[in-house]
Design a binder for this molecule. Structure first.
Ligand SMILES: Nc1nc2c(ncn2[C@@H]2O[C@H](COP(=O)(O)OP(=O)(O)OP(=O)(O)O)[C@@H](O)[C@H]2O)c(=O)[nH]1
Ligand SMILES: [Mg+2]
Length: 410
């Protein structure tokens, strides 16, 4: 795994630089504002610094082990905290959940430290090998390996408590097992699990800018998950903050008053609103709103078992996909049972590709299903919502924040 920092005037600029050097497979580990170097920095000029990670193809057991060996040794010397841990004085069972939380909060510093220490890799490797030959070291190492086991188990159990599917928790832990070795600081293990999980989530992909005509955003999903409310939240962001031209359409003609809900939001935002009764009407709406930036399309919420409605939706999907400049979002509630989520995700997958939006994060303490569904569907998570307030209770999906929650005790 390569970890590297890039700076730019904006986050986008820094990310572009990173992509140019490392390719599109990068994962953003951390974003922070830093002072510019030199006089302009003294005068308050700021830059955005992003720390990115890239999992290399050669990240096999062997290379992971080699990397661990070197990075660990440098950390244990540089960081007082890490050094303290290698002396086998820490009882893992007393690693309370609060301690883990503190460590998670210090992860960003740890990642940055590790980045700085890369140049010292070789020197530290030699030093560690010499140390391992000292008398009595084997006994200490064996004890530490036991402590490591307990620590890894603690992380594993925390994932399960957060309802990460056992299958995925095992995959993550299996990867960590590969890098296990004596003298490995717990912070390093934690950082490794954190990185693996962030990489599994991948980059958050929101809404792409419109290129050749208005960008159509279609929202699908089961009844009552928050499709209409989410449209209102995102539409008001584009309309009020980005000053874009937005139109709201609904194909939800199934329930009385369903259209009225979106019409009300359209009135508040002072944007055009239209009801679509047939797939053809979608095409005429596109023609009528051809100079708009974003067209949001709401759909009927229904059970994924309702085949008749599913078929009707297919026609609309086909028309939207034929138009091309579109993104389809499957909206799921974080409170829905795992087994149902799997069924819903696979039923919709039969008719279309999609990105994911998770709603109602405020109503659950466990976010494991975000990782489970991300891995099950291979669909990126675009947004999460955490309350009923329009437009505030929504944010772009943040993998780092979610992984921290998944590694915390509830
Ligand atoms: N707690 C919480 N409630 C939410 C959230 N998002 C939406 N809701 C609420 O969920 C309920 C249903 O929201 P809608 O937007 O009508 O859901 P929908 O998917 O459009 O529903 P149908 O059109 O009936 O399929 C409303 O009471 C919303 O206020 C959220 O993030 N958290
Ligand atoms: Mg609705």
């Amino acid at each position: 795994m390569v970890i590297k920092k890039f700076t730019g005037r904006t986050e986008n600029e820094a990310v572009e630089l990173a992509k140019k050097e490392l390719g599109n497979g990068i994962v953003i580990m951390n974003v922070r504002i830093v002072k510019k170097k030199g006089i302009s920095g003294w005068l308050g000029a700021k830059l955005t610094e992003v720390t990115v990670a890239l999992e290399e193809e050669g990240d096999t057991l062997k290379s992971a082990h080699r990397e661990t060996t070197t990075k660990t040794s440098s950390e244990s010397v540089k960081s007082g905290e890490a050094g303290r841990m290698t002396h086998n004085t820490v009882n893992v069972m007393s690693e309370s959940s609060q301690n883990i939380e503190k460590k998670l909060d210090s992860l960003q510093t740890l990642l940055v430290d590790r980045f700085k220490q890369q140049e010292e890799k070789q020197e530290q490797l030699n030093r560690e090998e010499a140390t391992e030959e000292e008398n009595g070291k084997e006994k200490e190492s064996a004890e530490e390996t036991g402590e490591q086991e307990k620590f890894i188990r603690l992380l594993y159990n925390t994932m399960l408590e957060n309802e990460v599917d056992e299958k995925y928790a095992n995959q993550i832990i299996d990867d960590v097992e590969k890098i296990k070795k004596p003298n490995l600081p717990f912070d390093y293990i934690l950082a490794n699990v954190y990185q693996k999980m962030v990489l599994k989530f991948g980059r958050a992909e929101g809404i792409a800018p419109a290129e050749k005509g208005p960008r159509v955003l279609l929202f699908i999903g089961p009844t009552g998950v928050g499709k209409t409310t989410t449209i209102a939240k995102i539409a008001s962001h584009y309309c009020m903050e980005e000053k874009k031209k937005v139109a709201l359409l609904t194909a939800d003609t199934y329930r009385i008053a369903a259209a009225e809900q979106l019409r009300t939001y359209a009135n508040i935002l002072e944007v055009p609103f239209r009801v679509l009764y047939t797939a053809e009407e979608f095409n005429s709406a596109i023609a009528d709103f051809s100079d708009y930036d974003y067209i949001f399309v709401d759909t009927t919420g229904h059970s994924h078992r309702n085949e008749e409605l599913m078929d009707k939706m297919k026609e609309l999907f086909e028309a939207v996909k034929k138009y091309g400049e579109c993104q389809i979002f499957l909206v799921l509630s974080a409170t829905t049972k795992y087994r149902d989520l799997l069924k819903i995700a696979s039923n919709y997958r039969e008719i279309t590709e999609y990105q994911l939006i998770f709603t109602k994060l405020d109503e659950t303490a466990t976010l494991g299903n975000l990782l489970n569904l991300r891995l099950y569907t291979d669909a990126p998570i675009a947004y999460v919502t955490c309350g009923q307030n329009v437009p505030d209770d929504i944010e772009l999906f943040n993998p780092q924040k979610t992984v921290k929650q998944l590694l915390k005790k509830n």
